[in-house]
Design a binder for this molecule. Structure first.
Ligand SMILES: Cc1cc2nc3c(=O)[nH]c(=O)nc-3n(C[C@H](O)[C@H](O)[C@H](O)COP(=O)(O)OP(=O)(O)OC[C@H]3O[C@@H](n4cnc5c(N)ncnc54)[C@H](O)[C@@H]3O)c2cc1C
Length: 221
């Protein structure tokens, strides 16, 4: 199994429960935007606890970045990552992942499911090819929106927030079939989905019911 020990360069919270890690990049380590790797913490008791996380850095950057939601209250890897600081070490493994950009379309993200899309949007922006893409981003509260300012600056009016516990207004609070219907384009449009398992299943079902073909839907397999 491919294994690389990498030092953490920086680790900072970007929301109340999401942490941004910058880590060393091993020589010759390559990925395409949207892909992930299994990560472990290089501390006794934790080196065999592998969890998948998505690269959010540009592929040609000299470092790797991850954006990781921390789950406290149970003794998992992300709870341990809350305490990881610059100078600590992670272990990264093979690159994998089925989410990749196939052409302009609608990106449908739930919570930390935004991470592969951050990688793709940053990459497309670096190429000047971001135009024609729309993001529907579902979160429980506005405080949960990851990289809100960056996404707004990248996508402008094509960045649509759907907030379940929004305090006021008549805007939609969840992504449902009716909301998706407003974003259905012609047959060449792609639909990218990433979020909790049930969210992904529901979104894919809604899209199929709206006549979208399986080959237009991009999800992690
Ligand atoms: C391909 C891929 C890429 C991913 N990329 C990212 C990414 O870039 N960023 C990111 O933040 N996440 C990402 N994830 C999700 C991430 O892998 C998980 O959040 C992580 O594995 C959780 O690890 P953990 O050990 O902290 O939690 P686990 O113990 O593995 O628990 C996982 C889930 O179960 C719940 N759970 C488990 N036990 C309890 C309990 N006792 N009480 C309450 N809830 C419980 C947790 O809330 C959490 O939702 C990705 C997942 C996949 C499959």
């Amino acid at each position: 199994m491919e294994k690389h020990i990498v030092k953490v360069i920086s680790a900072n919270y970007v929301t109340h429960n999401v942490k941004h890690f910058v880590v060393e990049k091993p020589a010759g380590y390559n990925y395409i935007p949207g892909q992930a790797t299994d990560v472990a913490i290089n501390k006794p008791d934790w080196i065999n606890e592998l969890r998948p996380f998505t690269f959010t850095s540009l592929p040609d950057a000299g470092h790797l970045e991850f954006i990781i939601k921390i789950y406290t209250g149970h003794n998992g890897v992300t709870e341990q990552l809350a305490a990881v600081q610059p100078g600590d070490e992670l272990i990264i493994h093979e690159v994998f992942g089925a989410i990749a950009y196939k052409g302009p379309g609608v990106f449908i993200a739930g919570g930390a499911g935004i991470t592969p899309f951050i990688a793709i949007f940053r990459y497309l922006n670096s190429l000047g090819e971001l135009q024609g893409n729309t993001l529907l981003f579902a979160n429980h509260t506005t405080a949960d929106i990851i990289l809100k300012d960056e996404l707004k600056s990248l996508l402008g009016t094509h960045f649509i927030n759907i907030i379940k516990n929004a305090q006021s207004g008549t805007a939609k609070k969840i992504i449902d079939k009716e909301l998706l219907a407003a974003y259905i384009g012609n047959n060449t449009t792609h639909y990218y989905i990433c979020g909790p398992d049930q969210f992904t299943l529901d979104m894919a079902d809604f899209l199929r019911e709206l006549g979208i073909k399986n080959e237009q839907i991009v999800i992690e397999q």
